[in-house]
Every structure is written in C-alpha cells, then in structure tokens.
Write a protein that binds this ligand. Structure first.
Ligand code: ZN
Length: 401
C-alpha cells in the first residue's frame, strides 16, 4: 500500500518534503514516488505527514471528569476502571498518539488494556506500562488506592519493583519527590525516595533491561534522579541551572507535563470542584513551571513530550495541547517540538530503531494534519489520519472510516 500525495516530515533535519510512503506488513519499506497506476493507495493530497506522536506520561485509568482525586473509583464496579481505560486509549490513538508510556496505572487494569490492544480486541496506542508507582509511606498512597505500591528502604523498593515486573510492567516509576495532586500533608518540593532507594529501583530495572521514570518536582529530587541513573525526570518543576546541567550531563530526559494547569482551568466543572489546596498549587506554580522548562531547554536537556493525562480535567484525546504549549510558551521551535514528541520519546523508550521517524524500515506509525505545523503549531489539533502498525485507524477523508 502507498500513502501518497503528502509532505513527509524528516525529524532529523526538521523539514517537510514531498514524498510517498510504501507500507507493507506494518512497516515503511520505501520513501519515494508511488507508481501512477498503483491501485492500492491512500490519497493524502496536500497533507502534512508526521511520525505518530509518543506521549511519555499518561495515566489512562484515572477518571479525569472527577474533580476530587481522592479515590475517584470508590464506588466503581470492578470492570468499570478497565472500560474507562480502554476508552481513554482509543481517544488518544484517534488524536494522533500511536505510542504512550503509562506511568502509574490502577490495579493493573492498564496492563489488561495493553494486552487487549496488542491482541487487536480494542483500539489504542502501543503502551509501555509501569504498573503501580513505587512510593514511600505518605498520606497520598491512600488517596490513590489502586495506583501506588508503598515500599520504604532499598530492600522493599527492590521487592516493589520486582512485583511490578511480575505483574507485566515494562518499566518502573518511582516518587523522588512529593506530588501536587496529593493531600495537603504532602509537599511537592519535599524529597521522597533517597538515593539508596532510587538506586535500588534502577538496579532492578537495569537487571531487567528496562528503565526508571522518576517523578521529581523538588530540586534535590531532580539531582538524585539524574545522579542515580533514572532515564527520565517527570515534571522537573523546581529545577535550576545546576540540576538541569546534571540532567544534561547524565543524558536524563525531561518530561515536562506543562499542560496540567491549563487543562484543569479549561474544564470549568472540574476546576470549580477541585480541592482548594490542589487548585492553588496548580495555578500558583504555572508560570514558574513554564519558565523552568524554557530554562532546561536552553541548557540543552533532552525533552520528551508527556501530558500527564489523568490529572483532573486533563482528558485523553486532548493530548496535543501539550506540544502546542511547548512550542507556544516554552521556547521550543515547532520542529523541536515535533522532534521532542516523536524521536526523543522513541530514544527514551530505547525503541528509536523501531519507531519515532518516517524512514524505510520503521514501523508504519503515521499521522497527518491538513496544514503545515511548522507555520501553525495548532494544526496538531486537526489530525485527520492515523495509521499504527500499518493499519489505518482514522481517515476523515474517507467516508465511514
Ligand atoms: Zn503523572
């Protein structure tokens, strides 16, 4: 099959050029010119083709319409969470996310969703799952009953990491600092796991050919995560030139998740009914977070796009608000933003030989927008074509697709 008539984005030099892509057995096998007499073709005349976007930070099991994060599934039936997660996965795929890193599920429903996607029962991105988040004893673990594995000290952390892998996790997620979406007794700028505990998680992850994602707002938590060998720092809020410099030195990826505040504010019902202390944190730190992501980018930290879908009002399917903000507010050019949403995440996952660019030999994950996103980044909101693994999941130009 040929995907024909579009402008194809080259993630390495940040430009579009006219080309047709030949797709066979789920892979791009040729980037060239389709023969005019070919019968098997998808016509995308004038469209701008990008590699499928990769969201490095999602929580598909969390009900984002519930304003209070305190145990949102208290009254749920056992199957309800998985059904919600399946819906979230489908919405993400249809907005252009062909791969996502699930960095904190809910009682492993997200692993069941990953398996169902892989088996072709349901539609969704290719998922890489962390299972439960490893956390120290804190007031927030009962807040998210199905989301955390409480373990203190290196021995318990090792066991906790092994438990996630045994449950089917692809990576390990840890809390290196407190969170914002938490109880009033937990501070986001406080250190949680100490270096010996972080190292224990990194050891188990690397023993098993995978990596650790570290939730880290606090300055010292960013330092600990970078120095102990975590692959990524999630949020990175209270960074400074010194710790961002350390991330650059160690090759640690930053997953900014900057759309969290505006996503909450854009949903008036969620915003009005949120616990006051979380609402205040989201609004109070917004400007500083944007300024610090800009700083990290200037320093040369590798940035990988992640939305934190799952926080209140941060709905699956609205994922493109994050790259749009990265380009509009955080100092990344549109080409850098697309690179940070495709190639960098593929490198973070260690899968850049499989996906993350539109090149011969790569898995055929292709999305299309009608306008040039280098000229107007908001065009990312208008994805009308989604191909994953060589199969078309959305094509608004074909009736009934
Ligand atoms: Zn998160």
């Amino acid at each position: 099959m040929w995907v024909r008539g579009g402008q194809v984005f080259d993630v390495h030099n940040g430009t579009f050029s006219a080309a047709d892509l030949r797709v066979e057995d789920g892979r791009i096998i040729e980037c060239g010119i389709a023969p005019s007499n070919t019968a098997e073709a998808v016509d995308l005349d004038g469209a701008y083709l990008l590699p499928g976007f990769i969201d490095c930070h999602v929580h598909i099991c969390v009900n984002t319409r519930s304003p209070n994060p305190n145990n949102p599934w208290r009254d749920a039936l056992p199957g309800t969470i998985a059904i919600w997660a399946a819906g979230a996965a489908r919405r993400m795929l249809h907005c252009g996310i062909t791969t996502a890193r699930e960095v904190g599920g809910w009682d492993y429903h997200e692993i069941a969703v990953r398996e169902a996607i892989n088996a072709g029962w349901i539609e969704g991105p290719r998922l890489f799952c962390a299972g439960r988040i490893l956390s120290q004893t804190t007031s927030s673990t009962p807040y998210f009953v199905g989301m955390y594995e409480e373990c203190d000290g290196p021995e318990e952390v090792r066991k906790g990491a092994r438990k996630q892998l045994a449950a089917g996790a692809d990576l390990i997620k840890i809390m290196a600092s407190g969170a914002m979406t938490s109880t009033k007794y937990e501070r986001a700028d406080a250190i949680q796991y100490r270096p010996d505990e972080i190292r224990a998680a990194v050891e188990i992850a690397s023993d098993n050919f995978t990596h650790v994602a570290a939730h880290a707002h606090a300055t010292e938590a960013i330092r600990n995560a970078a120095e102990c060998g975590c692959r990524s720092v999630e949020h990175g809020t209270f960074g400074n030139p010194e710790v961002y410099g350390l991330m650059k030195k160690h090759g640690t990826f930053l997953v900014p998740t900057i759309c969290v505040s505006s996503a909450m504010l854009n949903d008036p019902q969620v915003s009005a009914n949120m616990p006051q202390h979380i609402h205040d944190r989201y609004t109070g730190l917004r400007a500083m977070r944007i300024a610090n992501i800009r700083l990290a980018h200037e320093i040369g930290v590798k940035i990988a796009m992640g939305t934190d879908v799952g926080t209140p009002g941060n709905h699956a399917g609205d994922n493109m608000q994050e790259p749009v903000m990265m380009a509009r507010d955080c100092g990344l050019s549109p080409a850098e933003t697309i690179h940070a949403s495709t190639w960098n995440p593929a490198c973070l996952l260690g899968r850049e030989e499989e996906f993350g660019s539109l090149e011969a030999g790569k898995i055929a994950d292709i999305i299309a927008v009608p306008e040039n996103p280098l000229e107007r980044i908001e065009a990312l909101h208008d994805v009308f074509f989604v191909m994953k693994d060589g199969a078309v999941f959305r094509n608004d130009r074909v009736r009934g697709a």
